[in-house]
Design a protein around this ligand. Structure first.
Ligand code: PMP
Length: 293
């Protein structure tokens, strides 16, 4: 169970999987990552995760040591080696070892590693009763600093927001941009429902293009539920009929309270329930098989 780590293409035991203290991934958060999931021996949206990983790497001018296709194979091998069917998979590419300066030019050999472990599911209560969340004072990184579409190893922006949310007693926190538009959560995208229409912020405003988010958009449209990618404020959020969050680990979680304001009836709404059903049905069929060719 998750004991074998793929470190630069070699399987090593968990305790022996080590990276140099001079790796800029550690010294500066210089690197990129992905979080994937497998359902019953099938990796969900493997291509999409690889695509996002390699685009993040391209953005930070990091040349991965292996191709996207090879990385896909390494991910499959890692899940297989650990004999997992329902796994959470973490793929990390770091800038590699360098000196103590910032210069990535001094790091000639990027490292990569893949961890596949059992998925830790969220408590049932989250889904049945819905979450209470808050907006926090920490603003999401603006596009001109670090585009949130880049899934970089530097997650301090989100961690600070998470800490603020925790202090307020919440497991997730909603992040706004400088102007106060709602963007996303620390590790999830956000949707609201108004008159049966799903609304989520467009990625150009500065949110991670979540793979669960995109899947929900696609599945909703296929099932004749209208979707709009539109920016919205807290005013619209507080007055929405329903609200839910999306992410690889969380899947689809209803939100029933934001900043002390009840959302809709204060219980998970029917559209959220419908989306959850459609999504569950979809993940049971979709995915790249790990065990059969
Ligand atoms: N936003 C942020 C900041 C995240 O870290 C994540 C998790 N990767 C998401 C949204 C959700 O993305 P996905 O559906 O691809 O997991």
């Amino acid at each position: 169970m998750g004991n074998w780590i793929n470190l630069n293409g070699k399987f090593v035991k968990r305790e022996e999987a080590k990276i140099s203290v001079f790796d800029h991934g550690l010294l500066y958060g210089d690197g990129v990552f992905e979080g994937l999931r497998s359902y019953n021996g099938r990796i969900f949206k493997l291509e999409e995760h690889l695509f996002r990983l390699y685009r993040s790497a391209h953005f930070i001018m990091l040349e991965p040591p292996i191709s996207k296709e090879e990385m896909g194979e390494e991910i499959i091998k890692t899940v297989r080696k650990n004999q997992l069917r329902d796994a959470y998979i973490r793929v990390v590419i770091t800038r590699g070892e360098g000196d103590l300066g910032l210069d990535p030019e001094k790091c000639p050999h990027p490292n990569y590693f893949i961890i596949a472990d059992r998925i830790q599911l969220y408590p049932k209560d989250f889904y049945e009763k819905g979450l209470e969340v808050v907006t926090v004072s920490i603003r999401r990184n603006p596009l001109y600093s670090l585009d949130p579409q880049v899934k970089s190893l530097n997650y301090l922006n989100n961690i600070l927001a998470k800490i603020e949310g925790r202090i307020a007693g919440c497991v997730e926190a909603i992040m706004l941009n400088q102007e106060g538009w709602v963007l996303e959560c620390t590790g999830d995208n956000i949707f609201i429902v108004e008159d049966g229409v799903l609304i989520t912020p467009p990625t150009y405003i500065g949110v991670l293009e979540g793979i669960t988010r995109n899947t929900v958009i696609e599945l909703a449209k296929k099932n004749n539920i209208e979707v709009k990618e539109e920016i919205f404020s807290c005013y619209r959020l507080y007055n929405a009929d329903e609200c839910f969050l999306t992410g690889t680990a969380a899947e689809i979680v209803p939100v029933v309270k934001v900043d002390g304001r009840r959302i809709g009836t204060g219980s998970p709404g029917p559209i959220t329930g419908r989306i959850r059903e459609i999504f569950r049905e979809y993940v049971s069929k979709e995915g790249t098989p790990v065990y059969e060719k």
